[in-house]
Design a binder for this molecule. Structure first.
Ligand code: HEC
Ligand code: HEC
Length: 293
């Protein structure tokens, strides 16, 4: 048992702390020197660190530290270094005719990788992560070679620069809205023209109704969609014969809804929101996805 008092075990022997349990005594060895000095060094280091780097929390932030370091500052410096490195490429991209970028491998590689990053940040919420679009929202697939407004890299660039039906951009692509025919056509005419659209898009249709619908189409729809229903890119009027649908699955129900209520999809203009270099990059990226002309 412990009697609570330190005891000496004679000359040259280590003192005990006075603790003993079942005859086992606790010796009071001094700490090893290497351990002690490491410990003091740690204290010194910690003190130095708090003086040099941001450390002590205050009411509005922390002590800044003598070195003026901040993670945000380090990040900014790194970004600046990147920008300095990329600036010549960006300038070259902006100065090069967009159709000629494909002839410059370094520029093309830069445009594709920075375009992919722009796409991931600004375009996926509508066009989807894989750029396959979303027919529930009228967001076109950008992978196929079916283009509402043109699939050359210049046409894609114009669409991105100014958007489609974007009321905030005076240069937006002039696309007439798809009229709401429910207000002007008879129900029977609508039913007939829908059968005609089913026919030209290669789906099952009612022959009598489709025949009657052909005249309704020629009178009311051909002006925008073309006599054959093959669409018109100057107006953003979709090709109705290719079984690629901007809205829904091209079923009778969806086509009827489109014809009755009309559509007017808005693609936002990016001028002023993205740099010209970024808009060019993302145009080249989209053009390269597979459907570019
Ligand atoms: C808010 C949703 C939205 C966002 C964000 C968006 N788009 Fe679009 N985009 C649309 C819609 C809707 C259309 C179809 C417009 C129409 O009906 O004519 C479209 C059309 C396009 C077209 C024309 C397709 C064709 O067939 O001619 C291109 C190219 C395009 N978008 C690229 C982009 C790029 C690149 C970005 C990112 C910088 C982007 N979009 C961001 C909604 C969006
Ligand atoms: C003033 C021009 C114009 C006229 C006239 C017009 N359309 Fe359209 N139509 C459009 C445009 C533009 C779109 C694409 C709307 C969008 O981008 O949001 C469209 C879209 C459609 C779609 C959807 C296609 C898809 O891929 O999902 C159908 C179906 C359609 N029109 C049928 C008709 C029929 C049938 C008529 C005649 C009764 C007609 N349109 C008359 C301009 C027109």
């Amino acid at each position: 048992m412990s009697n609570g008092k330190p005891q000496s075990h004679g000359k040259g022997e280590v003192e005990t702390t006075g603790h003993s349990w079942d005859g086992i005594e606790e010796l009071n060895n001094p700490l090893p020197k290497w351990w002690l000095y490491t410990f003091y060094l740690c204290i010194l280091f910690a003190f130095g660190y708090t003086v040099l780097y941001p450390a002590w929390p205050l009411i509005h932030g922390a002590t800044p530290g003598l070195l003026g370091y901040s993670t945000r500052g380090a990040e900014a410096a790194e970004m600046k270094a990147w920008q300095t490195e990329l600036a010549p490429l960006q300038q070259k991209l902006v100065a090069t005719d967009i159709a000629a970028v494909k002839d410059d491998p370094t520029l093309l590689q830069y445009a594709n990788s920075s375009g992919a990053a722009v796409f991931r940040t600004y375009c996926v919420q509508c066009h989807g992560a894989g750029a396959a679009g979303n027919p529930n929202g009228g967001y076109p697939n950008l992978l196929d070679d079916d283009w509402l407004h043109g699939g050359t890299v210049q046409a894609i660039y114009t669409t991105i620069l100014h958007g489609v039906r974007d009321p905030h951009d005076p240069d937006t692509r002039p696309a007439p809205d798809m009229p709401a025919w429910g207000q002007t056509l008879q129900k029977a005419d609508i039913a007939n023209v829908v059968q005609f659209v089913l026919k030209i898009s290669g789906q099952t249709f009612d022959a009598t109704q489709a025949d009657a619908g052909a005249k309704v189409f020629a009178d009311n729809c051909a002006a925008c969609h073309g006599e054959q229903g093959k669409g018109n890119q100057d107006m953003g009027a979709p090709n109705l014969t290719d079984a690629i649908w901007l809205y829904g699955d091209g079923s009778q129900a969806v086509i009827t809804q489109t014809v009755e209520y009309g559509r007017a999809g808005v693609m936002p203009s990016w001028t002023g929101r993205l740099s010209d270099a970024d808009m060019r990059s993302v145009s080249i990226y989209v053009h390269g996805l597979g459907g570019g002309k």
